[in-house]
Design a protein around this ligand. Structure first.
Ligand code: GUN
Ligand code: ZN
Length: 438
């Protein structure tokens, strides 16, 4: 590999550079654009970013400059909801969420008690994320602690910043995937001790969803979360009407599906709730009050026929949300393809999602949802140097369309609607080149 794989040396990258300081839906001057920009990286962190002409003279003697002329350099994408053990069941058709789980997902997850299998899938999964420009993800493992060890081992070897956790589920699932409240708690505690904040690895307490956890298990997850305020929490909520009705029958005392989690103290900063399609006004207000965040998964929601997230209502409630793939319910690892479908979902709800907003949601917006702003998702000085280089001429069609782009918004929109892994020329994590397209 070239010398830019060594993170300890000062490196500079010349390209058109875009990043965010705020949410463009709510603030003026939320984005920063340098047409001819320079990103300076030292010891794996952002040292400076700005106009090439301004920064070039101040570079330390001998700094290598990597030229990406005509390319777009942005922070690495952050996927806030994805299942690595479902890599092999992507694109498996079913008549909705619950049959899909029974038919494909649970049998596939069974194999993750075998650490060698788990390691092999984790390797492929991480390579695929990097090929798509995703540098951080919130990842579900399976119920087996070995699946978490396998994942974090592979992630740590690559030096990636990832959040992941052992699925907790103690009912309404095959016996081969079941833990119990005590064993799930103990295993999760051990994994937190082993992995949380070990270099760039971060633990996420992961009760699968309310239907597969007993009251006792949800209470245990809530206790664990209280004991570890900086650990993440992740689960599913209000994805599918059948699932919502099932949860209502299992928890008749709860005001809503989201309220089941609220009662156990699981709504809080660093808690990520996937889907959130069938929330009501009160639920959205609770999300805002508690700073729990939503992971919106349009490719999955369309594929499984789950429903259309209402972006306008979420914004009106000022509820934190981000974009996510939800592979294997989701049909692509690419956050560009995820934007493509998000845009159409918004249209079906009568709203318009600007491309600038979608790029925010996939970078700084996700970092904020994870309370990791300042660390990833933007180029403030000292941030970890996770970034990608997008190629506007990656395919003949993309080249033809971007050549006619008359604004930054048009350029980003072309990437979002026509782009996928082919548009990602290079992916850097902690200043190291992790993927370079052939
Ligand atoms: N709800 C509970 N488990 C799952 C899962 O694995 N995928 C999706 N999309 N929804 C879920
Ligand atoms: Zn999911």
């Amino acid at each position: 590999m070239t010398s830019d794989t060594a993170p300890s040396i000062c490196q500079a990258y010349r390209a058109s550079i875009l990043y965010f300081k705020a949410d463009p839906a709510f603030e003026q001057d939320a984005s920063v654009w340098h047409e001819d920009g320079l990103l300076v990286v030292e010891h794996g962190r952002v040292k400076a970013v700005g106009d090439y002409a301004q920064l070039r003279p101040a570079l330390p003697e001998g700094t290598a400059i990597r030229e990406f002329h005509g390319k777009l350099l942005v922070p690495g994408f952050i996927d806030t909801h994805i299942h690595y053990p479902q890599t092999d069941v992507i694109a498996s058709p079913a008549r909705g969420l619950l049959p899909w789980l029974e038919t494909y997902t649970f049998p596939a997850e069974h194999r993750f008690d075998d650490e060698a299998h788990a390691r092999e899938v984790a390797r492929f999964f991480l390579d695929e994320l990097l090929r798509c420009g995703t540098t951080t993800a919130m990842v579900y493992c399976t119920v087996h602690p070995a699946s978490v060890d396998a994942f974090f081992t592979e992630s740590a070897q690559r030096g990636l910043r990832m959040a992941a956790g052992k699925v907790m589920m103690d009912r309404h699932c095959p016996s081969f995937l079941s833990d119990d409240a005590q064993s799930g708690l103990r295993a999760s505690e051990e994994l937190i001790g082993r992995w949380h904040n070990r270099e760039r690895q971060m633990y996420a307490i992961t009760p699968r969803f309310a239907a597969t956890s007993s009251d006792m298990q949800l209470a245990a997850a809530g206790e664990l979360a209280r004991a570890h305020p900086d650990v993440f929490v992740q689960t599913h909520v209000a994805e599918n009407t059948e699932e919502v009705a099932w949860v209502k029958s299992l928890f008749p005392e709860a005001r809503s599906y989201l309220d089941v989690y609220d009662r156990y103290g699981l709504l809080r900063p660093r808690a990520m709730f996937a889907h959130c399609i069938w929330l009501d006004e009160h639920d959205r207000a609770r999300m805002r009050e508690t700073q729990a965040a939503a992971a919106i998964c349009p490719t999955s929601n369309l594929f499984l026929g789950s429903g259309l997230f209402d972006f306008a209502l979420a914004d009106a409630a000022r509820m934190p949300f981000s974009l996510a793939t939800d592979v294997g319910g989701g049909t692509s690892f690419s956050m560009l393809q995820t934007m493509n479908e998000a845009y159409k979902v918004a249209r079906m709800r009568g709203t318009h999602l600007p491309a600038l907003r979608m790029f925010y949601l996939a970078t700084l917006g996700s970092a904020r949802c994870m309370q990791l702003d300042g660390t990833i998702g933007s180029f403030t000085a000292g941030a970890e140097a996770d970034f990608i280089v997008l190629d506007p001429v990656a395919t003949p069609l993309l080249a033809r369309r971007t050549a006619r782009a008359e604004s930054l918004e048009e350029l980003l929109f072309a990437f979002a609607l026509l782009g996928d892994d082919r548009a990602v020329l290079a992916t850097y994590s902690g200043g190291k080149c992790m993927h370079a397209r052939e």
